[in-house]
Design a protein around this ligand. Structure first.
Ligand code: GDP
Length: 455
């Protein structure tokens, strides 16, 4: 028999309500003792006084009873919606402990939900990540996962693999010459397109940041990167000065643009430097460039393009070409209040989907509004439309499925049908791992360990 677990499900601190959640065989009994009420009607909210074992009043709270199996965990669940604050919830929790419950481990409610078949693993993972993500678009993608999109996708893939298997198994008894070649071609092309789709999902998922996008400002010294950062934040966060090399450390701040969480990173201007401190700053700039999903490449519109600018263009091009999923690049021409001296033709070398954006970073409100809409537009193009594999174990499972399909295809070409069937069975096992892993303990422990208490 599973023991009864209890936890405070709301964050600590001062707030209107504090929820203490119980799950397990003794949950209803413990609630009866604390409230001195014989029973609760399932799914009804009951206003009730709560008492400790000495009979002293603890709180007046709403009690909710979810009878097994129709509850989050699939077991009997009681929720006490107490008054908020640090003390009350903790006292109610202590009472539950005295009456036989034990403190829940991180993610244990959801683990029980999984073990009792209320959720598949993809859904449980979506819950874990939804609680912690800071990016609203990613959260929406996770919600789709919670509603079962990923599970449905896994079923589709399984159905295709099973159909390929069924077709070839009837052929195993045929002699080679009797196998209809068009069937082989059809199965082959179906599997190839399945593998391509899996690969797209894999690449898309790997490239998507779960904690929001990171945007880096890159350019030679004095083009106005720090002024631009200040404009985007609408306050003076970074020191700006006409002296080159002022920014030596990396400065980071968060911004919400539309539904996207964007981490802004201002970096030291990139150029050849003998100053060891500045060189360290430049190293950090290069690191920020590697991490960024959006790169603002800043130029000074009031001076001609020089070798330093060209070196930066080459650097950004190189970075973009090295990635499987290239970053969004926005060329920015700053200091447009001054006479134009920059030949913008060279900026076309930057592999950017948008034209260069002209700004005057000293005019903060206008710069912020121009850039907010440019960034929002760039981010809208990459909203989460497809299935997303948010956990590393899911990405690993899909990569393995793909590899098994490729091996199976090779065996199909050489008409080694038994080996083909063997690899397809491996592919089936790998894809099933996303929702129902067979060696589950390890995956479960690592996944549910990420949860917060009370979930
Ligand atoms: P960074 O080294 O690239 O971070 O450049 P800063 O933001 O420190 O700016 C260098 C100098 O250019 C400072 O004196 C700024 O006031 C000035 N500056 C920045 N943006 C503009 C602009 O749009 N117009 C003009 N006229 N000056 C600017």
């Amino acid at each position: 028999m599973q023991d009864t677990i209890v936890a405070i499900a709301t964050p600590s601190g001062v707030g209107g309500i504090c929820i203490v959640r119980l799950s397990g065989k003794q949950a209803a009994q413990i609630a009866s003792t604390i409230t001195k009420k014989p029973a609760f009607t399932p799914r009804y909210a009951t206003l009730s006084l709560l008492y400790d074992t000495q009979g002293a009043l603890l709180d007046e709270a709403i009690v909710l009873y979810f009878q097994a199996p129709k509850s989050y965990t699939g077991e009997d669940v009681i929720e006490f919606q107490c008054h908020g604050g640090e003390i009350i919830g903790r006292r109610v929790l202590n009472e539950c402990l005295l009456l036989g419950a034990r403190i829940a481990r991180a993610g244990e409610f959801t683990k029980r939900a999984y073990l009792n078949g209320r959720l598949d693993l993809a859904q449980a993972n979506a819950i874990a990540q939804m609680i912690t993500t800071r990016d609203a678009s990613f959260q929406s993608a996770l919600l789709k996962q919670l509603k079962g999109d990923l599970g449905a996708f896994v079923e589709q893939v399984r159905a295709s693999l099973i159909s390929a298997l069924a077709h070839t198994e009837v052929m195993i008894d045929y002699s080679e010459e009797d196998i209809p070649s068009d069937i082989i071609t059809r199965i082959h092309s179906m599997l190839e397109s399945l593998a391509t789709r899996l690969n797209n999902i894999y690449t898309f998922s790997k490239a998507r940041p779960s904690q929001g996008h990171s945007l880096c400002l890159i350019g030679k010294p004095n083009v106005g990167k720090s002024s631009l950062l200040n404009a985007l934040l609408l306050y003076d966060r970074a020191i700006t000065s006409p002296i080159a090399g002022t920014t030596r450390d990396r400065i980071e701040e968060d911004l919400l643009i539309g539904s996207h969480r964007v981490r802004l990173i201002d970096t030291a201007g990139i150029h050849a430097s003998d100053d060891s401190l500045e060189s360290k700053g430049i190293e950090k700039s290069l690191q920020a460039l590697k991490e960024a999903s959006i790169i603002l490449v800043v130029f000074d519109g009031s001076s001609p393009l020089d070798p330093q600018d060209e070196a930066i263009i080459a650097l950004v091009q190189e970075e973009s070409a090295s990635r499987q999923s290239p970053p969004t690049i926005l060329p920015i021409i700053n200091k447009c209040d001054l006479p134009a001296m920059l030949d913008t033709a060279a900026l076309h070398k930057l592999d950017s989907s948008s034209a260069a954006i002209a700004i005057n970073a000293l005019n903060k409100p206008e710069t912020a509004s121009t850039l907010y809409s440019a960034i929002a537009q760039a981010l809208a193009q990459e909203s989460y439309q497809d299935i997303i594999l948010s956990a590393p174990y899911q990405q690993e499972a899909i990569a393995q499925t793909q590899a098994h399909i490729h091996k199976a295809c090779a065996k199909l070409e050489s008409l080694e049908l038994e080996l083909f069937a063997y690899h397809i069975k491996d592919a089936l096992e790998s894809i099933g791992f996303i929702t129902h892993p067979y060696n589950s303990e390890e995956v479960l422990d690592s996944m549910f360990g990420q949860f917060c208490l009370g979930k």
